[in-house]
Design a protein around this ligand. Structure first.
Ligand code: LM2
Ligand code: CA
Length: 500
């Protein structure tokens, strides 16, 4: 009996940090990279809430080093000066207001937590909240941290360490960023205090930046000390934060993602790598019939899934050739597959346009971030891409919410790059990544009727601005996706947004 109880409690601990606590019926979050808190609050109310998005990953909210020497690159936010909530995205009051307004419309907030390190060594030493530091003394009075709070002896991670030296990967500096010692009781307490303040403000969870560079046993102590989510923001009582740990594991390293799945969820980098390869012709779509753990992916419940993230869309981090907004047709194909298939917990990337991989977000001469403008066709301006507003992507979020727990069924393929499948009797999707047309009568699994393809257009009143698909009494319908069409996808479902 005791053994059974212990087993049960070990299992519930493992599950505890793997629930995003989305509002009911929601399934998908978006990373609003470098957005300001006021703009996110507005986006929750005017787009994300009404369109069924589950949550937003926000850029690090804590004070970072200002790096004019590199013209305020995006990556300055990965160099913490303190845990004060003052950044180019806004101050503490603005952050609190955003969390409140987003939760009010059913959209959760997840914080990018930079707890592995502080800054590198630079000539400038003032943070976004006015804190200073003495890099040579490892002194950060804004926390405060001093020499004793870092790993000694000081060392810098070398490329070969990833293959054979897990201790150096955890205890040396990641690109020269001063490495905190999470085994120290004091450091743990500073980190826990920071995260608990955010939980009290109503956030639903955290991305753990550079989790590979911290010891799982230290992270476990930190997670266990986190408070339950704030019931005053609509969370059920006893809810643990959702934690997705950033561990890049493409295989062949001394540290594996499996060391972190017993603690909480993990970012599944193989997911976007394999789908990017498939949708650019490096693999046939027909093999996706086995998509999931058979491809070497994590168990579905453990995986935070995405195509690109803020690092690999610009060649930072690890793994190359990731699809992004820059190759829109293939990218929308990969994103639509991610959202149509039940595997994992999907995260969308929402970018600012860039050519220089170091460049920060659109900003004025004083370094203030310029807000995205919203065009009449729902797209963004002022240098913001807003992938999450692309019709094909936003419509597939609705598809996923509607398909809910329905399994994949009636897989069809043409032996190469044309595939189709059902999600129970709730949704049907087809892809054509061949350079010839798809023209087939296929089983859609849907009740007889007329449906509006949510990719080529949308339902507007009782009309459809795109393709209309007529499903017969036997569930079959004629499906056509031309090789030269704007998109390679067709999707219909029984929800209000598709049924005519
Ligand atoms: C991450 N995950 O583990 C983030 O996703 C990634 O964006 C961060 O790197 C990294 N870890 C540290 O949090 C980025 C960026 C680096 C940049 C760091 C720190 O990819 O290029 O490094 O942020 O700002 C920069 C310079 C580098 C310099 C370092 C230290 O590029 O040349 O190293 O700062 O000053 C001497
Ligand atoms: Ca470390």
């Amino acid at each position: 009996m005791m053994r059974f109880i212990l087993l049960l409690s070990a299992a519930s601990v493992a599950l505890a940090f793997k629930n995003p606590h989305y509002a009911s019926g929601r399934t998908t979050m978006v990373h609003l990279f470098e957005w300001k808190w006021d703009d996110i609050a507005a986006e929750c109310e005017r787009w994300l809430g009404p369109r069924g998005f589950g949550g937003v990953q926000v850029s690090p909210p804590n004070e970072n080093l200002v790096i004019w020497e590199r013209n305020r690159p995006w990556w300055e936010r990965y160099q913490p000066m303190s845990y004060r909530l003052v950044t180019r995205s806004g101050n503490e009051a603005q952050f609190a207001n955003m969390v409140r307004r987003c939760n009010n419309v059913g959209v959760r907030i997840y914080v990018d937590a930079i707890i592995n390190h502080m800054t590198g060594t630079w000539r400038e030493n003032v943070g976004t909240g006015g804190s200073t530091a003495n890099f040579g003394q490892w002194s950060y009075p804004g926390v405060p941290y001093g020499r004793n709070d870092f790993n000694w002896p000081q060392c810098v991670i070398q490329p070969s360490d990833y293959r054979n030296n897990p201790t150096r990967v955890r205890n040396c500096e990641l690109s020269g960023l001063k490495d905190l010692n999470q085994a120290s009781e004091y450091v743990r307490q500073m980190i826990v205090n920071y995260m608990n303040r955010l939980i009290d403000m109503g956030v639903a969870g955290f991305r753990i930046d550079a989790a590979k560079h911290m010891w799982p046993r230290d992270l476990r102590v930190i997670y266990d000390r986190l408070r339950n989510l704030n019931t005053g923001h609509g969370f059920p009582s006893g809810a643990r934060p959702y934690i997705f740990q950033e561990v890049i594991d493409l295989g062949g390293e001394a540290i594996s993602r499996d060391e972190y799945t017993p603690l909480a969820a993990v970012t599944e980098f193989r997911f976007g790598m394999e789908l990017s390869r498939a949708f650019t012709g490096g693999n046939q779509l027909r093999w996706l019939v086995n998509w999931g753990p058979q491809w070497g992916l994590l168990a579905s419940a453990d995986a935070l899934t995405f195509i690109d993230n803020h690092d690999n869309q610009r060649g930072h981090g690890a793994g190359g050739n990731i699809l992004s907004y820059k190759r829109a047709k293939q990218y929308k194909g990969a994103i639509a597959f991610m959202l149509a298939h039940p595997y994992g917990k999907p995260q969308l990337m929402s970018s600012f346009d860039f050519h220089d991989t170091e460049a920060g977000p659109p900003m004025d001469r004083s370094g203030n971030i310029i807000s995205p403008s919203i065009n009449s066709d729902n797209s963004c301006g002022n240098g913001w891409i807003c992938e999450h507003r692309w019709r094909q992507i936003a419509s597939m979020v609705v598809f996923r919410n509607h398909a809910a727990n329905a399994a994949v069924s009636n897989w069809w393929d043409n032996g190469s790059n044309q595939i189709a499948f059902c999600r129970g009797n709730r949704g049907f999707v087809a892809f054509n990544n061949n350079n010839w047309d798809l023209n087939q009568t296929l089983q859609t699994c849907l009740p007889a009727g007329s449906y509006c393809d949510i990719i080529s257009g949308e339902k507007s009143g009782n009309r459809c601005t795109g393709k209309t698909v007529t499903v017969g009494g036997d569930g079959r319908a004629h499906i056509s996706i031309g090789a030269n069409e704007f998109d390679m996808i067709l999707a219909i479902h029984t929800g209000a947004a598709s049924r005519l």
